[in-house]
Design a protein around this ligand. Structure first.
Ligand code: PRP
Ligand code: URA
Length: 209
């Protein structure tokens, strides 16, 4: 079964609580999501393999570590996933960015795909799917399935808040995909919103409601 990592650093928890508050403006929401994404990227990249390289300091030559192995791709699920890209890129500036456009049909709660553009060499990349909200898990599961069709075998999922239902769905559909979250909330409400959650992440990020 896939691993669930809760990034429980005090700064992350503090910033997440600020984001949840109804009075948090879109500007503050964007800034906080950006900052938390940076902290989370630190955890998501913790197991990147290292290799020995020779370097010359002003004092002498020595052998030290640098990142080896596969290159990274970040794939935000539109729209709200966009808010997690810049924070991630500030730590991994050379990562390529793909986009998957999905929205949740308000009647069926099923994800509907409307856009997809991924880097050409996905099979060579370690890929991190980013989306702030893992509610039923339908959108994230569909995004991961889509990326797998591009022969990408190394995928992680990074979300801000998850409902237990969403975690269960990913672990069932994609037992090979580790999940990184800043918080696990209580449940879903009748409209499949996370409780207590933070409301509609896309609307809060872009000020569309
Ligand atoms: C939100 C969120 C996820 C999805 C989560 O997107 O950003 O993509 O819902 O719900 P699920 O786990 O039940 O699939 P939404 O469909 O509201 O689209 P938006 O980002 O364009 O607002
Ligand atoms: N999408 C959101 O933006 N928020 C939720 O709580 C659930 C799905």
């Amino acid at each position: 079964m896939s691993k669930l990592v809760v990034v429980d650093h005090p700064l992350v928890q503090h910033k997440l609580t600020l984001m949840r508050r109804t009075e948090c403006s879109s500007k503050e929401f964007r800034e906080l999501l950006n900052e938390i994404s940076m902290f989370m990227a630190y955890e998501v990249t913790r197991d990147l393999p290292l290799k020995d390289v020779e370097v010359e300091t002003p004092i002498c030559k020595t052998v030290k570590k640098m990142i080896a192995g596969r290159k990274l791709a970040i794939v935000p699920v539109l729209r709200a996933g966009l808010g997690m890209v810049d924070g991630f890129l500030s730590l991994v500036p050379n990562a390529k960015v793909g986009h998957i456009g999905l929205y949740r049909d308000p009647q069926t709660m099923e994800p509907v795909e409307y856009y997809c553009k991924l880097p050409a060499d996905m099979e060579e990349r370690e890929t991190v799917v980013v989306d702030p909200m893992l509610a039923t898990g339908g959108s994230a599961s569909a995004a991961v399935s889509f990326i797998k069709k591009h022969n990408c075998k190394h995928i992680k999922l990074m979300c801000l808040i998850a409902a237990p239902e969403g975690i269960e769905r990913i672990q069932k559909d994609h037992p090979d995909v580790d999940i990184y979250v800043a918080g696990v909330d209580e449940c879903l409400n009748d409209h499949c919103y996370i409780v207590p959650g933070l409301g509609d992440a896309g609307d809060r990020l872009f000020g569309t409601k």
